[in-house]
Design a protein around this ligand. Sequence first.
Ligand SMILES: Cc1cc2nc3c(=O)[nH]c(=O)nc-3n(C[C@H](O)[C@H](O)[C@H](O)COP(=O)(O)OP(=O)(O)OC[C@H]3O[C@@H](n4cnc5c(N)ncnc54)[C@H](O)[C@@H]3O)c2cc1C
Ligand SMILES: NC(=O)c1ccc[n+]([C@@H]2O[C@H](COP(=O)([O-])OP(=O)(O)OC[C@H]3O[C@@H](n4cnc5c(N)ncnc54)[C@H](O)[C@@H]3O)[C@@H](O)[C@H]2O)c1
Length: 473
Amino acid sequence: MAKKVDVIIIGAGSAGLAALRQIRKTTDNYLLIDHGPLGTTCARVGCMPSKALIKVAGNLHGAARLAKAGLVDGKAPACNIPAVLAHVRKLRDGFATGMLEATRRLAGERLIKASARLLGPGRVRVGDSEMACSRVILAVGSRPTVPEPWQGFRERILTTDSFFEQQDLPRRLAVIGLGLIGIELGQAMARMGIQVWGFGRNPHICGIRDSEVNDVAIAALSREFPLYTGAEAHISPTADGLRIRNGSKEIEVDAILAALGVTPNTAGLGLENLGIELDKRGLPPFNPHTMQVADLPIFIAGDANGCLPILHEAQDEGYIAGVNATASAIGPFQRRTPLKIVFCDPQVAAVGQTIDKLDAAAIVIGRADFTEQSRAIAEQRNSGLLHVYVDKLDGRLLGAEMIVPGAEHLAQLLALAIHRKLTVTDLLTMPFYHPTLEEGLRTALRDAAQQLDDGRLPRELSLCESCPEAPLC
Ligand SMILES: Cc1cc2nc3c(=O)[nH]c(=O)nc-3n(C[C@H](O)[C@H](O)[C@H](O)COP(=O)(O)OP(=O)(O)OC[C@H]3O[C@@H](n4cnc5c(N)ncnc54)[C@H](O)[C@@H]3O)c2cc1C
Ligand SMILES: NC(=O)c1ccc[n+]([C@@H]2O[C@H](COP(=O)([O-])OP(=O)(O)OC[C@H]3O[C@@H](n4cnc5c(N)ncnc54)[C@H](O)[C@@H]3O)[C@@H](O)[C@H]2O)c1
């Protein structure tokens, strides 16, 4: 007779741990299964080491610009790549160790280091044992996609699983795939003095949907490394490296960074034993508000479900799965306002609804050109474009997309505004300190306001019916 527990969580990453925090509120009778390496993708090979590298590369770039402008004596510093990689690993180890300790603290003896496979809805093979459970949470994450034909020259292919373990980096490198990883790491490596070429088959980079913002992004980022978009890149081995051909462009490189997206770790998980139809990627149907798989006592959260492979969404999905896996009745949860930030320079961000999902006739687009933004000029980083999408009828902010300095902060602010269903007028009554990058957002909001109604700008300060007696100063 198989041992029975209330819940089995497969995967101790960010989604699995978020689920566990909820489950522990209701039961001690759970198991957390992970074959390792433990410590989460985010801390080990994802968000955190990549941001550590981007910071060093950004500092090098700043120093090079000061030298070029003659504002410091001497030449631009040359990057010590092995030292930078060691520095990134040291920080990374701190983050990963912290996550590992948190995992052990949370799960204690209920953490089992083994591979898990579903045998049926309430049956899981854990290593060599069979377990029975009332509910299962699948939080197995994803891995970098590497096309089958590339296996022939695998030793010249880096992915984010191997990148941060390198002691040094090749001097000529092609980044294939110009989504979030390709652009973030491609720019960082170019700033470290590596010759980098970027190839993407999508005409849009960084997942940008707004064509005008995309054009500005390509122009801004290709000043640092050439970007070839909108065509398939063909790769063949040469005596000393790899040849990349994309239309008329042909180059030879030492290695490739494959940044082609992620593949959920569901192969070998036994999904075929659940008696449900899988999609063409081999993924099960699930409800994104309950995380339930079909009508089974199974939940799927994080990168594993192939839907929104970013950290805060993985954590939210783990939370929902954890609550529902221990609830007497499964309930739907509201998902947050969509938010995406790409940590290139200038930063790219998208918040709320994207332009491809909006009816062009029902919105106005407020625009701010950051080449003319005063704080950005003072800091010599004046480039970029910000678009806000506003409902023509009620002036409500629906979404925004941008490539601008400080986009991470503007996007967070806009996410709150969209979540609170604020209008352009509501936002324009907010104080905007001078000189800040937020004043660039005000330019876009005023532009949108002018296009609404009769074209008159809204009154940004209200007349007070009875002004407070207290002095302001
Ligand atoms: C380079 C890079 C940079 C990123 N930067 C950002 C960023 O800046 N911001 C952001 O929001 N997101 C970023 N992300 C995305 C973010 O890291 C992921 O969305 C998130 O970590 C996914 O968490 P998860 O819990 O779904 O998966 P994971 O953390 O990968 O957890 C899955 C776990 O399941 C285990 N497992 C798999 N199969 C089995 C099995 N059969 N049996 C037992 N255990 C198993 C694995 O060992 C692993 O521990 C980045 C990703 C990468 C690669
Ligand atoms: N700042 C962040 O939030 C951040 C940073 C890095 C990674 N991530 C997460 O990690 C995941 C993986 O990142 P990613 O950049 O690998 O994926 P991605 O989905 O962002 O981009 C993959 C890109 O590769 C292109 N592509 C696919 N096959 C190709 C081919 N054969 N030739 C040329 N181009 C090809 C796609 O068109 C797409 O533009 C992302 O989904 C993202 O959510 C997030």
